[in-house]
Design a protein around this ligand. Sequence first.
Ligand SMILES: Nc1nc2c(c(=O)[nH]1)N[C@H]1C(S)=C(S)[C@@H](COP(=O)(O)O)O[C@H]1N2
Ligand SMILES: [Mo]
Length: 412
Amino acid sequence: MIPFAFEKRALTRRALLGSAALGGAALVSAPALADMVDLPFSGGGGERATTTSFPQKGKMIVQRTRPPLLETPWDTFDKGVFTPNDQFYVRWHWAGIPESVDVNTFRLKVHGNVERELSLSLPELIQKLPRVEMAAINQCSGNSRGFFGPRVPGAEWGNGAMGNAKWTGFRLKDLLDRAGVKSGSIQVRFAGLEKPVIEGGPHFMKSLTIDHARDGEVMVAYAMNGEALPFLNGFPLRLIVPGWYATYWMKMLTDIDVLDKPDENFWTKKAYLIPDTPGANITPGEKDVKMVPINRMVPRSFFTNVAPGDSIKTSGPTDLRGIAFGGDCGVAKVETSIDGGASWQAAELGPDDGKYGFRRWDAKISSPAAGSRLSVQVRCTNTNGLVQPDKPNWNPSGFMRNVIETVDLVAA
Ligand SMILES: Nc1nc2c(c(=O)[nH]1)N[C@H]1C(S)=C(S)[C@@H](COP(=O)(O)O)O[C@H]1N2
Ligand SMILES: [Mo]
């Protein structure tokens, strides 16, 4: 792949062409599995193989190979607030992912309830639409699902089904304005290039309301951290829906349909529903719960330099650090506790690269006596005043986990 800088002249057809041939081989053959990792689920069962055999990807944790579900190894998050493209997690619903994309014939279509149907090539999109840039976290609705108790069906992710990138592209609003949205439009539906592998299976499509689609924040990205999108993260174009769960972030975006009737497709109507309760939280077995489409993200914070069972020194202060995010808004504060949440100390926040991205935090704790066990906790409060819950939320799909993280350490 040809990396390119953010300068407009560098975002050329040639730069995009550089990635086009890369998709194929490793998607169809079985990946070579390497060392194991153990995701720290309370009931066990967190052993996973890693692999380096997916195109444009470094070492990734294998959750599934077909379609690829690849998790970011946790140590990646300690290295910086932007997740490198070659370690950015991967999730697809159908294995019918194209093996290459012809950037010369690729078109993004806008049709439906519009004045003018559009069918635009990559160079046209890049040259004609004003360029915007934004840091934003892409987090799977089911990130951390493996920690749910009682357990729930679905990919048992650890905490690495998320990543933060700087996205470059254009506003969806500017594209829709070119097409001229007609009155009576209520939703905008997005589809990518891949195909279902089951006869009659529903094509993966997601919709946003017309007002959300035109809010000026939702964007279509052609670059991620200064390079063309990795094939598995949606080359050549993907939707960015800042502050919302990744299910809406359509990859290999090729079709935009402006609807004057509600989207009845399976993925919008039946899938990705959550209980309409705070934090999507219900009691296991609870009946007659009103369900609504998953939407805004909630605050989270993590330790990145300590893991369960690690030992810390018994003299001098111990440095703790990690990452936090507000969800659908910025981080107001991050706090740590060493007394089970009885008292909380403010952590220092790193640079603000935009309210939808990761924020680094740093804290110091005084060292405990040798041999003692210590539980450290971290919590984030977002700028809307929402704080992480101290009890885990639960729902049958294993969505939106954001309980305060606790890591048990030993002083040695
Ligand atoms: N075309 C397409 N886009 C998609 C999906 C998909 O299956 N196909 N999955 C969605 C879901 S549920 C997630 S979690 C994110 C994953 O994005 P990533 O693979 O770039 O990390 O893509 C979203 N966009
Ligand atoms: Mo997802």
